[in-house]
Design a protein around this ligand. Structure first.
Ligand SMILES: Nc1ncnc2c1ncn2[C@@H]1O[C@H](COP(=O)(O)OP(=O)(O)OP(=O)(O)O)[C@@H](O)[C@H]1O
Ligand SMILES: CCCCCCCCCCCCC/C=C/[C@@H](O)[C@H](CO)NC(C)=O
Ligand SMILES: [Ca+2]
Length: 587
């Protein structure tokens, strides 16, 4: 065996075939040799995608991991397969047989050393929250059978909390000692992700002494990574940041310590933080669909389809004034057809602006900040009209139902969001718009749709109709109480005041007297179908939660949090994997 600081090279066996194995820099390659020592195909695994190296003929299941044949070692690594158009990750496993035990020990040592050297930022200890009631109520089983064995194999230690109530995960992150944890993981849907998001951002700001309520403030970016194991009924954040909703793919991204920064939108009402969003802040159609779907919770994930149809049939539109602060059009545009993929140039250039390396960059960034600061009213644009929907999305918001998403060219981490204004139109026109979410046709190429890349948005009711009008209107329009139990809004909007005086984001529960009553009297859209006068206001859908205010202010915070993900891998770039059973084959 040849070894030096950069290269380990020897002959090994895989099954009955002989290979030349080389560990060199960032890669471990093994090349099949024929009887005349001629090289055939090579399999190449980046060290960054090695999950574990085990002595003997090892298996993933710990109970089967015993066979320590003394000339063998087993390599576990990320392997790509196809899940429709997208790359699914699964665990690759190859057993190598060495000519001697000494050589085997050298290989294991060298591979483990390479892992330590090249992958210093892998998580070693994780705090995992499992929502036993999310989605199809299979989160515990998903975690136990698919994810925990992988974490164990990779030597990641965990503290697992099976939640017993809504907001437990958020509160745990806000209040408990998190020393020693490299990340927090949720096993659930977008609602659980949102709990972690609020916990991580809130805690980081508390520790930095920053007020989350002040929309002009630059929030502190969060060190603690968030991982999502999809097990909900809506897993949009996972889909839009990983490309598939698959627990094993997500677990592998977590294990190898992938890091994907993410823009976050803070939503304020009268200088009070209401919520954070990474996906959709939507008024009109998407708000109404969510409000209606809450009443149909008992139906499970299908509720969104039924409520979508009902709300579509209601044919509603709403008046509003939308002000927005455009982003720099030189950098990118929502209609430039540039998809945000893993290693995205637009996002990495934005990283350079957020984390400048030199003084000159630093002053450039502060100039840009002041240029875009919330007070610079000169920059703001204003439109007023009647809208089917007003949507702001910091990412594409793609999901299995809409694989390209609400805004296909939006970026995960460029510090901007896309504002989509769909003016009132005839039912067929609006259906065309909705249908284009499910096809590759441009949903912005319609005369009643406009889209802007923005840094901040303000939504108000037309002059003379302030937010109170909304509440009165809601009460007036309520026909029956929601029959299907507590609306979801109640889950995530309760406020806790902490003895330590720490600040809390909140939705309105204790802020606005009478809010509970108003919630109970939320409009009944089914009855609305036969109402003579449709409601004058809609509700906001904020990443799947209803907001209790109509007039809001939204600001995009570039790369505020980081996920254990890498964005969507270029589908074309991995075509060569199609033909191989193992890893990438180089001919
Ligand atoms: N033990 C619990 N009991 C009740 N609610 C919980 C519990 N744990 C978490 N929750 C709440 O359940 C909500 C929905 O959970 P989750 O996002 O995991 O599943 P989901 O089915 O995708 O839901 P949704 O489609 O509504 O987002 C979350 O907002 C979370 O706050
Ligand atoms: C005629 C066919 C009509 C099909 C219409 C399909 C439209 C799909 C658009 C999907 C947009 C998803 C936006 C994401 C929202 C999430 O933030 C949120 C939280 O999970 N989800 C929901 C349902 O509000
Ligand atoms: Ca963005």
């Amino acid at each position: 065996m040849e070894t030096d600081s950069v290269k380990v090279d020897s002959s090994l066996w895989v099954g009955t075939k002989r290979y030349r194995a080389v560990l060199s820099g960032w890669y471990f390659n093994w090349t099949e040799l024929d009887k005349k020592n001629r090289e055939k195909k090579t399999i190449s695994v980046p060290i960054s995608e090695v999950v574990a190296v085990a002595e003997g003929k090892a298996e993933v299941q710990p109970q089967k991991r015993a066979e320590d044949t003394d000339r063998d070692f087993t390599l576990f690594y990320v392997n790509r397969t196809r899940g429709g158009k997208r790359a699914l990750w699964c665990l690759g496993r190859t057993e190598f047989c060495c000519p001697s035990r000494d050589l085997r020990d050298q290989w294991v040592t060298q591979l483990r050393t390479a892992l330590k050297t090249h992958c210093p930022s892998r998580p070693r200890r994780l705090l995992v929250f499992v929502n036993p009631y999310g989605g199809k109520k299979r989160a515990k089983q998903v975690y136990r059978s698919l994810v925990a064995p992988l974490f164990e194999l990779a030597g990641v230690s965990t503290h697992v909390v099976v939640t017993e109530r809504a907001n437990q995960a958020r509160d745990h992150i806000l209040k408990k000692d998190l020393t020693g944890f490299d990340g927090v993981i949720c096993v659930g849907g977008d609602g659980m992700f949102s709990e972690l998001l609020h916990g991580v951002i809130g805690r980081t700001q508390q520790e930095a002494g920053i007020s989350e309520h002040d929309p002009t403030v630059m929030l502190q970016s969060c060190d603690l990574h968030i991982g999502i194991i999809p097990a909900g009924s809506t897993d949009c954040v996972c889909f839009a940041t990983v490309g598939v909703n698959d627990p094993v793919t997500s677990a592998l991204h977590i294990i190898i310590g992938d890091s994907q920064p993410l823009d976050v939108c803070s939503v304020h009402h009268h200088n009070t933080l209401v919520r954070y969003s990474v996906s959709l802040v939507g008024y009109g159609f998407y708000g109404d669909v969510l409000a209606e779907s809450e009443r149909l919770r008992w139906m499970g994930p299908l509720r969104y389809d039924l409520s979508g149809c009902l709300v579509y049939l209601c044919n509603r539109s709403y008046e509003g004034v939308v002000q927005y602060l455009p982003a720099d059009p030189q950098l990118s545009s929502p209609r430039d057809n540039m998809r945000c993929l893993s290693g995205c140039r637009v996002c990495s250039e934005s990283t350079e602006m957020l984390f400048p390396h030199s003084d000159s960059c630093s002053s450039l960034y502060s100039r840009q900040l002041s240029q875009y600061s919330i007070g610079s009213e000169g920059e703001w644009m204003s439109v007023e009209g009647r809208y089917r929907c007003v949507s702001l999305t910091c990412m594409s918001s793609s999901c299995p139902r809409s694989p390209k998403g609400l805004s296909p060219a939006a970026h995960l981490a460029d510090g901007t969001g896309d504002l989509i204004l769909v003016q009132d139109t005839d039912p067929l026109g609006f259906l065309t718009y909705l249908h284009r979410h499910t096809t590759s046709k441009d949903q912005f190429d319609l005369p009643f749709v406009e889209v802007h890349r923005v840094k901040a948005v303000r939504f108000t009711l037309p002059p003379g109709e302030e937010d109170d009008y909304h509440d009165e209107e809601r009460e007036r329009q309520s026909i029956t109480e929601g029959a299907q139990g507590t609306p979801k809004m109640a889950c995530n909007s309760d406020v806790e005041s902490y003895g330590d005086g720490s600040q809390q984001y909140l939705a309105a529960e204790q802020e606005e007297p009478g809010m509970k009553d108003r919630r109970r009297k939320r409009r009944n859209f089914l009855c609305g179908l036969c109402c003579s006068k449709p409601p004058a206001v809609s509700v906001w859908n904020c990443d799947g939660e209803l907001l209790p205010y109509t007039e809001i202010f939204c600001k995009v915070h570039g790369q505020l949090v980081r996920l254990f993900a890498r964005g969507i891998e270029d589908e074309e770039g991995h075509e060569e994997n199609k033909s191989c059973k193992g890893r990438c084959v180089l001919h």
